[in-house]
Design a protein. Structure first.
Length: 344
């Protein structure tokens, strides 16, 4: 009998421990599920915000890369070389410096202070004093909304060169070093082929009227300081946002010569593919979840293709073998370009 009582007592203890184990396991699973749902909501909010924040800047990057490809539509002699130093100035329109957010836009964050909506800067905007708050596994997340470049004009220099080939064709190459912006960087490079069309119409050549077409490819890389969020799990590591733009450009330019001055006009149609990635040092949360990889996968959802139609006017003045040329590109944005070129 004593032995039986001992066995029953031992069985009860084991059963009790098993029940406690299952109870706490369910609690932990619930907490884990809630935590991962919170992270999922946070990522969805970051995706929404990323799109609104960086899209005006990548749209503007297309305009910055489009101007000045054709310095002259004239047919050049075989192996003629033109080298130019270009300075590009982009004017940031007020409409693209900010956007409105509402509490209803978010599933994790809310606007701090009880407001239901507020205005925050895009990557092309200024400073921000707004905060978003959310709760992650019982701990508050407080986020200062990202700031913009705080520049009404964006300037970057680049080098461009061309070499004349056979039958009125030229190869054109442009390259800019990485240009430091306030809270960001910008870089563009590319190449193109230009072909003179007016050579097939002698009447145009005799009147010093020139036409040429261009097909070009350019790569724009624009990056901004994004958001740094400290949590009880450590930093999230999404403090850098890059916009990568691949653009194919088709262009037709015409010009008329007046002694040392050449007046030009052009029509540009370009097709761009936009992709976005977050980068920078990975956060401590990567020990629990590969957050950067997950967010970059989500950012594929806002990748897009766009077509732009851009007008261009310019004038080119010759001083011996040196040429001075201002260019204005216009459409959704206005972009200006000034270059000093040397031909040999």
């Amino acid at each position: 009998m004593l032995r039986t009582l001992r066995l029953m007592r031992k069985s009860c203890i084991i059963s009790g421990l098993l029940v406690l184990f299952l109870f706490f396991s369910n609690i932990m699973k619930a907490q884990s599920g809630n935590t991962f749902q919170d992270v999922e909501n946070l990522l969805n909010d970051a995706l929404f915000y990323s799109d609104k924040y960086i899209t005006p800047a990548t749209d503007a990057a297309v305009y910055q890369a489009a101007s000045g490809w054709i310095t002259s539509p004239k047919k050049r002699k075989l192996w003629d070389v033109t080298l130019g130093l270009h300075s590009n100035i982009f004017f940031v329109p007020k409409r693209d410096r900010s956007f409105e957010i509402k509490n209803s836009d978010f599933s994790f964050f809310q606007i701090e202070g009880g407001a239901t909506s507020t205005t925050v800067p895009t990557a092309l905007g200024g400073d921000s004093l707004e905060y978003l708050v959310g709760d992650l596994d019982g701990g508050q997340i407080r986020l200062k909304t990202p700031e913009g470049v705080s520049q009404e004009t964006i300037f970057y220099p680049y080098l461009q060169g061309s070499v004349a080939l056979w039958h009125g064709t030229e190869v054109v190459v442009k390259y800019s070093p990485k240009t430091k912006l306030k809270r960001g960087d910008y870089q563009v490079y590319g190449f193109g082929l230009k072909h003179n069309v007016s050579q097939y119409f002698k009447v145009l050549e005799s009147k010093k009227i020139h036409f040429s077409g261009l097909i070009a490819y350019s790569k724009e890389d624009i990056s901004f300081d994004f958001i740094s969020i400290p949590t009880q799990f450590g930093s999230l590591g999404i403090n850098r946002l890059n916009g990568l733009v691949d653009t194919w450009q088709f262009q037709l330019n015409g010009s008329k010569e007046f002694k040392n001055f050449e007046l030009m006009g052009g029509l540009i149609v370009n097709a761009s593919k936009f992709e976005y990635i977050v980068g920078g040092p990975k956060g401590e949360i990567e020990e629990i979840i590969p957050l950067q990889d997950i967010l970059n996968k989500k950012l594929e959802q806002i990748s897009k293709n766009k077509t732009n139609v851009i007008g261009e006017i310019s004038g080119r003045y010759q001083i011996k073998k040196v040429f001075l040329q201002p260019v204005i590109g216009f459409g959704k944005f206005v972009n200006t370009n000034f270059s000093v070129q040397y031909e040999f």
